[in-house]
Design a protein around this ligand. Structure first.
Ligand SMILES: [Zn+2]
Length: 348
C-alpha cells in the first residue's frame, strides 16, 4: 500500500490540503482560494487540480483521498451546499485519480479529528464547537460524529436564544449565531458605533452556517470611519481593556453561548465542550465568564468542562486525512498518531 493519502478541507473561501502518512506525519501542506464566485464547476475544477498537484508531489500513488466539504454530504456524494452552489456531486467527480475516496461534512470531519487524535481523544461523548464566521457543532456520541437523520445535526448556531431578538439570515429571530459568531461580535460592535451598513442587524453571509470549519480567523466586519476594520479580535482586545461598549457586546455573546450550551448539556450530557474557531482564540476572556454563566444555568448538575481545540485550523484537514485512510481500508488510522494534546489543557 502507498505510504500517504491526500487530504483536502474545502472551505467557502479557501481550501487547505495535505499529504498525510499512515503514521500521521504531515509531509506536505498547501492552501488555495476557493473560486466560489466563479460557480460550482470552477470550484470542482480547482479541487481536482489541487488534488492532482498534491498527489504528484508525493512518492507514488496515494492510498486514498479524503475530503471535508460544506453543506449536506454523505460518504460518496456532496449533496448540496448553498455556500458553493453545487448539488449531487459524486466524490469521483471531485477526484481525478482512480483511488478510494471518502467525503465528510466539514464541521463533523473536524470533530472526528478532535475525537480521534485531538482534545477529545480520551472522551467518548462531547461537543466540538468551532465559533467562526458562523457557528455549527459536532456532536460526538460514543466516539463517532452524529449527523442526524438527514445530515442536518449540529446546527447549534440556529438555536433561538432570544425570541424577541435580532433577525438571522436563516429567517428566524434571535439565533445564537446572530450574537456569538466572530462575525456577529464584529458586526454588532460596528453597528453600535453607528457606522455600520448592517445596523438592521441582518447576519451577513449565506443561510445555514456551513461554518467553514474551524473557520477562517476572526472575521472582519465594517470599517468605522478613520479606523481599521472591526474584528472580533479587536472587540476582544477592547473588552480586555475595559471598553464599555465592547464589554457589553462580548457579554451578549457569552450570555447567548451559555444559553445554547446549557440546553445542549441538559439534553445530551457531554463530558466536555471543545471550543474552536476564531472566537476561542480569545482564551480565558471567553472561557472564564462562559464557564461561570454555564455553571449558573445548570442548577442541579455540574457543567461540563470547557476545553480548547487541540488541532485548531488543521482539524478539518487532519479529519480528511483520517477519511482518506478509512477509504483505503485502514480502520485504525489516527489511533497512534502523535498530536500534542498538551497544547489543549482544560481551561475552565
Ligand atoms: Zn439562524
Amino acid at each position: 500500500m502507498s505510504s500517504f493519502v491526500v487530504a483536502l478541507d474545502v472551505g467557502g473561501t479557501s481550501m487547505k490540503g495535505g499529504l498525510v502518512t499512515r503514521s500521521g506525519e504531515i509531509v506536505r501542506t498547501g492552501r488555495r482560494a476557493t473560486p466560489r464566485d466563479r460557480g460550482p464547476d470552477a470550484v470542482i475544477a480547482e479541487i481536482r487540480s489541487f488534488i492532482s498537484d498534491l498527489a504528484a508531489s508525493g512518492d507514488g500513488t496515494p492510498a486514498g483521498v479524503g475530503l471535508a466539504v460544506p453543506g449536506l454530504v454523505n460518504a460518496e456524494t456532496a449533496v448540496y451546499s448553498a455556500n458553493i452552489g453545487w448539488r449531487d456531486v459524486p466524490a469521483t467527480d471531485l477526484v481525478p485519480l482512480d483511488v478510494p475516496v471518502r467525503l465528510g461534512h466539514d464541521v463533523r470531519t473536524g470533530g472526528l479529528a478532535e475525537s480521534v487524535l485531538g482534545a477529545g481523544r480520551e472522551l467518548s461523548d462531547f461537543l466540538f464547537l468551532p465559533i467562526g464566521t458562523g457557528i455549527a457543532g459536532t456532536t460526538i456520541l460514543r466516539g463517532e460524529p452524529y449527523g442526524g437523520s438527514a445530515g442536518w445535526a449540529g446546527e447549534i448556531g440556529h438555536i433561538p436564544v432570544l425570541p424577541s431578538g435580532e433577525r438571522c439570515a436563516c429567517g428566524q429571530i434571535g439565533c445564537l449565531e446572530t450574537y456569538a459568531s466572530a462575525s456577529a461580535v464584529a458586526r454588532r460592535y460596528s453597528a453600535r458605533l453607528g457606522t455600520s451598513p448592517f445596523s438592521e442587524a441582518i447576519t451577513p453571509g449565506s443561510s445555514l452556517s456551513e461554518t467553514v470549519t474551524p473557520a477562517s480567523s476572526l472575521s472582519e466586519a465594517v470599517t468605522p470611519a478613520g479606523q481599521g476594520p472591526v474584528t472580533a479580535e479587536r472587540v476582544a482586545a477592547l473588552t480586555a481593556a475595559g471598553d464599555p461598549l465592547a464589554t457589553e457586546i462580548w457579554g451578549d455573546a457569552v450570555e447567548a453561548l451559555s444559553l445554547a450550551l446549557a440546553t445542549y448539556t441538559l439534553l445530551l450530557d457531554p463530558s466536555a465542550i471543545v471550543l474552536g474557531g476564531g472566537l476561542a482564540e480569545a482564551g480565558p476572556l471567553l472561557t472564564v465568564p462562559l464557564a461561570e454563566r454555564l455553571g449558573a444555568r445548570l442548577a442541579f448538575r455540574d457543567a461540563p468542562p470547557l476545553r480548547r481545540s487541540a488541532l485548531g485550523m488543521s482539524a478539518g484537514m487532519l479529519g480528511a486525512a483520517l477519511l482518506g485512510w478509512y477509504a483505503a481500508g485502514v480502520t485504525d488510522a489516527g489511533d497512534t498518531w502523535s498530536v500534542d494534546v498538551l497544547k489543549s489543557p482544560p481551561v475552565a
